[in-house]
Design a protein around this ligand. Structure first.
Ligand code: GLN
Length: 246
Protein backbone atom coordinates (compact mmCIF):
# COMPACT_ATOMS: atom_id res chain seq x y z
CA UNK A 1 0.00 0.00 0.00
CA UNK A 2 1.21 3.52 -0.65
CA UNK A 3 0.08 7.08 -0.01
CA UNK A 4 0.68 9.85 -2.53
CA UNK A 5 0.65 13.36 -1.13
CA UNK A 6 1.04 16.72 -2.83
CA UNK A 7 2.00 19.68 -0.65
CA UNK A 8 0.90 22.71 -2.61
CA UNK A 9 3.00 25.90 -2.46
CA UNK A 10 5.31 24.29 0.11
CA UNK A 11 7.87 27.05 -0.47
CA UNK A 12 5.58 29.89 0.61
CA UNK A 13 2.75 28.33 2.65
CA UNK A 14 4.47 26.97 5.75
CA UNK A 15 3.69 28.89 8.92
CA UNK A 16 4.36 27.79 12.50
CA UNK A 17 5.81 24.46 11.45
CA UNK A 18 3.06 23.31 9.05
CA UNK A 19 5.83 21.19 7.50
CA UNK A 20 5.69 19.05 10.63
CA UNK A 21 2.33 17.76 9.41
CA UNK A 22 4.06 16.12 6.46
CA UNK A 23 6.77 14.64 8.69
CA UNK A 24 4.16 13.07 10.96
CA UNK A 25 2.20 11.60 8.05
CA UNK A 26 5.39 10.10 6.66
CA UNK A 27 6.44 8.58 10.00
CA UNK A 28 3.01 7.16 10.78
CA UNK A 29 2.77 5.65 7.29
CA UNK A 30 6.26 4.13 7.29
CA UNK A 31 5.73 2.70 10.80
CA UNK A 32 2.80 0.78 9.33
CA UNK A 33 4.65 -0.38 6.22
CA UNK A 34 2.75 2.07 3.99
CA UNK A 35 5.02 3.68 1.37
CA UNK A 36 4.91 7.46 1.45
CA UNK A 37 5.41 9.69 -1.57
CA UNK A 38 5.57 13.44 -0.97
CA UNK A 39 5.60 15.74 -3.99
CA UNK A 40 5.45 19.50 -3.96
CA UNK A 41 3.81 21.93 -6.33
CA UNK A 42 5.04 25.47 -6.87
CA UNK A 43 3.46 28.38 -8.70
CA UNK A 44 3.55 27.62 -12.43
CA UNK A 45 4.51 23.97 -12.05
CA UNK A 46 2.55 21.68 -14.36
CA UNK A 47 0.94 18.89 -12.33
CA UNK A 48 -2.14 16.71 -12.37
CA UNK A 49 -3.35 17.06 -8.79
CA UNK A 50 -6.05 14.43 -9.31
CA UNK A 51 -3.35 11.74 -9.25
CA UNK A 52 -2.85 12.28 -5.50
CA UNK A 53 -4.55 10.71 -2.50
CA UNK A 54 -4.07 13.84 -0.41
CA UNK A 55 -3.62 17.52 -1.16
CA UNK A 56 -2.16 19.68 1.59
CA UNK A 57 -2.10 23.46 1.72
CA UNK A 58 -0.66 25.21 4.76
CA UNK A 59 -1.02 28.70 6.16
CA UNK A 60 0.58 31.90 5.00
CA UNK A 61 0.63 35.65 5.36
CA UNK A 62 -1.67 37.81 3.22
CA UNK A 63 1.26 38.59 0.90
CA UNK A 64 1.78 34.91 0.10
CA UNK A 65 -1.94 34.28 -0.35
CA UNK A 66 -2.10 37.15 -2.85
CA UNK A 67 0.92 35.88 -4.76
CA UNK A 68 -0.38 32.34 -5.22
CA UNK A 69 -4.06 33.00 -5.89
CA UNK A 70 -3.89 33.38 -9.71
CA UNK A 71 -2.09 30.02 -9.90
CA UNK A 72 -4.53 28.36 -7.46
CA UNK A 73 -7.56 29.64 -9.38
CA UNK A 74 -6.05 28.34 -12.63
CA UNK A 75 -6.07 24.86 -11.05
CA UNK A 76 -9.73 25.00 -10.01
CA UNK A 77 -11.03 22.39 -12.47
CA UNK A 78 -8.16 20.05 -11.67
CA UNK A 79 -8.72 20.36 -7.91
CA UNK A 80 -12.45 19.77 -8.42
CA UNK A 81 -11.63 16.64 -10.44
CA UNK A 82 -9.34 15.46 -7.64
CA UNK A 83 -12.04 16.00 -5.01
CA UNK A 84 -14.69 14.32 -7.20
CA UNK A 85 -12.32 11.35 -7.45
CA UNK A 86 -12.02 11.26 -3.63
CA UNK A 87 -8.66 12.93 -3.13
CA UNK A 88 -8.78 14.12 0.48
CA UNK A 89 -7.80 17.74 1.17
CA UNK A 90 -6.13 19.07 4.33
CA UNK A 91 -6.08 22.86 4.63
CA UNK A 92 -4.54 25.00 7.34
CA UNK A 93 -5.51 28.62 8.00
CA UNK A 94 -4.59 30.65 4.87
CA UNK A 95 -5.20 27.55 2.73
CA UNK A 96 -8.55 26.95 4.41
CA UNK A 97 -9.65 30.52 3.68
CA UNK A 98 -8.88 30.18 -0.04
CA UNK A 99 -11.29 27.26 -0.60
CA UNK A 100 -14.23 29.51 0.35
CA UNK A 101 -15.82 32.46 -1.44
CA UNK A 102 -13.24 35.12 -0.67
CA UNK A 103 -10.79 36.49 1.87
CA UNK A 104 -10.54 40.19 2.69
CA UNK A 105 -6.89 40.81 3.56
CA UNK A 106 -5.81 43.15 6.38
CA UNK A 107 -5.30 46.02 3.88
CA UNK A 108 -8.87 45.63 2.58
CA UNK A 109 -7.91 43.85 -0.64
CA UNK A 110 -10.43 41.21 -1.67
CA UNK A 111 -8.88 37.88 -2.66
CA UNK A 112 -11.28 35.67 -4.58
CA UNK A 113 -11.32 32.08 -3.34
CA UNK A 114 -11.95 28.84 -5.22
CA UNK A 115 -15.61 29.16 -4.16
CA UNK A 116 -16.03 25.43 -3.54
CA UNK A 117 -17.88 26.32 -0.33
CA UNK A 118 -20.21 29.05 0.92
CA UNK A 119 -18.00 30.21 3.76
CA UNK A 120 -16.16 33.51 3.36
CA UNK A 121 -13.55 35.36 5.37
CA UNK A 122 -13.71 39.01 6.36
CA UNK A 123 -10.85 40.87 7.95
CA UNK A 124 -10.68 41.43 11.73
CA UNK A 125 -11.94 44.80 12.96
CA UNK A 126 -9.14 47.41 13.16
CA UNK A 127 -6.46 44.85 12.49
CA UNK A 128 -7.44 42.62 15.43
CA UNK A 129 -6.29 38.99 15.24
CA UNK A 130 -7.27 35.73 16.91
CA UNK A 131 -4.01 34.61 18.47
CA UNK A 132 -3.22 31.88 20.97
CA UNK A 133 -3.53 28.24 21.86
CA UNK A 134 -6.79 26.56 20.95
CA UNK A 135 -8.55 23.31 21.82
CA UNK A 136 -11.66 22.09 20.02
CA UNK A 137 -13.94 19.10 20.37
CA UNK A 138 -14.41 17.45 16.99
CA UNK A 139 -16.30 14.55 15.51
CA UNK A 140 -14.55 12.95 12.56
CA UNK A 141 -17.00 10.54 10.92
CA UNK A 142 -18.02 9.30 14.37
CA UNK A 143 -14.59 9.53 16.01
CA UNK A 144 -14.86 12.00 18.88
CA UNK A 145 -11.55 13.70 19.61
CA UNK A 146 -10.15 16.87 21.13
CA UNK A 147 -7.84 18.73 18.75
CA UNK A 148 -5.09 21.00 20.09
CA UNK A 149 -3.34 23.73 18.12
CA UNK A 150 -2.21 27.31 17.81
CA UNK A 151 -4.10 29.98 15.88
CA UNK A 152 -2.99 33.34 14.50
CA UNK A 153 -5.38 34.82 11.98
CA UNK A 154 -6.88 38.18 11.22
CA UNK A 155 -9.46 36.55 8.97
CA UNK A 156 -12.92 35.97 10.43
CA UNK A 157 -14.51 33.04 8.64
CA UNK A 158 -18.30 33.21 8.52
CA UNK A 159 -21.21 31.22 7.08
CA UNK A 160 -19.58 27.88 7.88
CA UNK A 161 -22.20 25.19 7.28
CA UNK A 162 -20.36 22.26 8.87
CA UNK A 163 -17.65 23.28 11.36
CA UNK A 164 -14.90 20.86 12.31
CA UNK A 165 -15.46 21.27 16.04
CA UNK A 166 -16.74 23.21 19.03
CA UNK A 167 -14.25 25.56 20.67
CA UNK A 168 -13.31 24.58 24.24
CA UNK A 169 -10.47 27.09 24.59
CA UNK A 170 -9.43 29.86 22.16
CA UNK A 171 -11.33 31.56 19.32
CA UNK A 172 -11.94 29.46 16.18
CA UNK A 173 -13.50 30.64 12.92
CA UNK A 174 -14.00 34.14 14.32
CA UNK A 175 -13.74 35.94 17.66
CA UNK A 176 -17.17 34.84 18.83
CA UNK A 177 -17.93 31.88 16.54
CA UNK A 178 -17.76 29.19 19.21
CA UNK A 179 -16.90 26.78 16.40
CA UNK A 180 -13.73 26.07 14.47
CA UNK A 181 -12.79 24.90 11.00
CA UNK A 182 -14.77 23.11 8.33
CA UNK A 183 -15.23 19.41 7.67
CA UNK A 184 -17.56 17.82 5.15
CA UNK A 185 -15.98 14.41 4.58
CA UNK A 186 -13.99 15.68 1.57
CA UNK A 187 -11.94 18.49 3.02
CA UNK A 188 -10.71 19.24 6.50
CA UNK A 189 -10.01 22.95 6.87
CA UNK A 190 -8.81 24.38 10.16
CA UNK A 191 -7.10 27.40 11.68
CA UNK A 192 -4.97 25.08 13.82
CA UNK A 193 -1.27 25.36 13.25
CA UNK A 194 0.95 24.08 15.92
CA UNK A 195 1.65 22.10 13.73
CA UNK A 196 -1.67 20.27 13.74
CA UNK A 197 -0.77 16.61 13.35
CA UNK A 198 2.09 16.03 15.84
CA UNK A 199 -0.15 17.13 18.71
CA UNK A 200 -3.13 15.17 17.41
CA UNK A 201 -2.22 11.62 16.38
CA UNK A 202 -5.88 10.66 15.96
CA UNK A 203 -6.28 13.41 13.37
CA UNK A 204 -3.04 12.32 11.68
CA UNK A 205 -4.34 8.76 11.41
CA UNK A 206 -7.75 9.97 10.29
CA UNK A 207 -6.13 11.95 7.43
CA UNK A 208 -4.10 8.88 6.44
CA UNK A 209 -7.26 6.76 6.48
CA UNK A 210 -9.30 9.25 4.39
CA UNK A 211 -6.49 9.57 1.86
CA UNK A 212 -5.91 5.80 1.58
CA UNK A 213 -9.64 5.35 0.97
CA UNK A 214 -9.32 6.93 -2.48
CA UNK A 215 -7.60 3.84 -3.89
CA UNK A 216 -8.68 1.42 -1.16
CA UNK A 217 -12.41 2.12 -0.83
CA UNK A 218 -13.12 -0.70 1.61
CA UNK A 219 -10.56 0.40 4.20
CA UNK A 220 -11.88 1.30 7.68
CA UNK A 221 -10.21 3.56 10.23
CA UNK A 222 -9.90 0.57 12.55
CA UNK A 223 -7.84 -1.25 9.89
CA UNK A 224 -4.88 1.07 10.58
CA UNK A 225 -2.44 -0.68 12.88
CA UNK A 226 -2.42 1.18 16.21
CA UNK A 227 0.86 2.92 17.02
CA UNK A 228 2.18 3.92 20.43
CA UNK A 229 1.49 7.62 21.08
CA UNK A 230 2.80 7.84 24.63
CA UNK A 231 4.70 11.12 24.31
CA UNK A 232 1.94 12.72 22.29
CA UNK A 233 -0.56 11.77 24.99
CA UNK A 234 1.66 13.13 27.75
CA UNK A 235 2.00 16.43 25.86
CA UNK A 236 -1.75 16.55 25.34
CA UNK A 237 -2.43 15.93 29.03
CA UNK A 238 -0.17 18.85 29.96
CA UNK A 239 -2.02 21.17 27.59
CA UNK A 240 -5.48 20.03 28.70
CA UNK A 241 -4.46 20.73 32.27
CA UNK A 242 -2.92 24.10 31.43
CA UNK A 243 -6.08 25.28 29.69
CA UNK A 244 -8.43 23.66 32.14
CA UNK A 245 -10.06 21.41 29.56
CA UNK A 246 -11.48 18.11 30.80
N1 GLN B 1 -3.22 35.69 6.33
C1 GLN B 1 -4.32 35.02 6.91
C2 GLN B 1 -4.89 35.74 8.10
O1 GLN B 1 -4.27 36.51 8.73
C3 GLN B 1 -3.94 33.58 7.26
C4 GLN B 1 -2.90 33.50 8.35
C5 GLN B 1 -2.40 32.12 8.61
O2 GLN B 1 -2.34 31.26 7.74
N2 GLN B 1 -1.97 31.88 9.86
O3 GLN B 1 -6.00 35.56 8.49
Amino acid sequence: MNLKVCWMYHDIMDLYGDKGNMMVLKKRCLDRGIDFQLDTCQIGQKMDLSLYDLLFLGGGADKEQISLIPDLLSRKENIKKAMDENTFVLLICGGYQLFGQYYIAADGQKIDGLKFYDYYTDTGKQGSRCIGNIIIDANLDGIQTKIIGFENHGGQTLNVSSPLGKVLHGYGNSFDAGFEGFYDGKILGTYLHGPLLPKNPVVADFVIYKALKKRNPVIEFSDLKSLPSLFEQKARDVLFKRFDVE
